[in-house]
Structure formats: C-alpha cells, structure tokens
Design a protein around this ligand. Structure first.
Ligand code: FE
Length: 174
C-alpha cells in the first residue's frame, strides 16, 4: 500500500511539473490586464532558460519563482505592507495584485482576496507536502507565486497566499 502511495505521489508530481513547463514553454501572444492601460493588452509569454532566470533573479527569487519554494512566514518584505500600489511579478513584471485587494490574513504572508485579473494568473493542482493545494502561477512567465485557499474574506472568499519574493511593488504616483 505504501509503495502504491509513493508511486502515485511521484506520478502526480511529474504531472504537475509537466503541466507547468508546458505552460511556460508555449510562447505566443496572450491577453492580460494592464493597470497602466486600464484595460486588456496583448503580451508575449516570457520564456527563459534556467541559466537565464538564475542570472536575472536573486537566489531567493529563483528558489521561489522557478523552484516553487516558499519563504518563511513573517519574513517577506510585503507581509505587512499597506502602501497603495500594484504588485507585479518579480520574474516578468506582469501586474498581478492591487493593494486595495490586500488584507491582513494573520499568516505572515502577503494575502489578497483577488488577483488584478483572473487572466493574469494560472492555477495548478499541487499535491506535494501530503496536502492538496492549488498553486498560483504568473500567466506570462509561469513563475510560482504561492497558493490560493478557500478561507478568504468577502467578496470572493479566497485567500491568495503569496511570497513577497515573487512580487515587485510599485507605489501609485501621488
Ligand atoms: Fe511573471
């Protein structure tokens, strides 16, 4: 029984990896929301090799975005931030979250009840760590951002639990 469980876990792990890399490898135009344009724009998917990502990102960003890592709770630079602005993907700069959709979840990770647009993210099943979670990825570069849970506040009831290192904050102009 134990062997069967281990095997199914391994297969599931491969399936997840396959799904993600397929997403990242499909280049071509995608329709995403741009805060600056206040509307949808066509954008090219961002596809880079592991070596290119390593060169571009800090070791922490690389570990989280490209290796699906998780930063320690309460240590991220945006965990308790309340400044007004936009959170972009630290990998490709795509607009991902708005400060007005951020709330204090008490988890120690920056938490949002919605993305800036459902078209700017993708989700995938994540059955690692003996739990069933839903992974959240950047739609443009396939970078791992965090997970989404069903215990968020109104109006969506969702909690997008993100890693600060996967995000770049840009303050609104005053
Ligand atoms: Fe990205």
């Amino acid at each position: 029984m134990a062997i069967v469980l281990v095997l199914s876990g391994a297969i599931q792990g491969c399936a997840n990896k396959g799904e993600t890399s397929t997403l990242a490898q499909h280049s071509g135009p995608i329709k995403v929301y741009s805060y600056e344009k206040r509307g949808y724009i066509m954008s090219e998917k961002v596809v880079r090799t592991e070596a290119e990502w390593k060169k571009q990102l800090t070791p922490e960003q690389f570990h989280i975005l490209r290796q699906k890592g998780t930063e320690q709770a309460g240590t991220g630079k945006y965990a308790y931030s309340h400044e007004h602005g936009i959170y972009r993907c630290a990998g490709c700069g795509l607009d991902l979250f708005r400060s007005e959709d951020k709330y204090e979840s008490g988890t120690g990770w920056p938490s949002f009840f919605a993305p800036i647009s459902p078209d700017n993210i993708t989700t995938a099943a994540d059955n690692s760590l003996f739990s069933r979670r839903t992974e959240v990825l950047c739609r443009r570069c396939g970078g791992h951002l965090g997970h989404v849970f069903n215990d968020g506040p109104p109006p969506t009831g969702l909690r997008y639990c993100m890693n600060s290192a996967a995000l770049d904050f840009v303050a609104f102009k005053k």
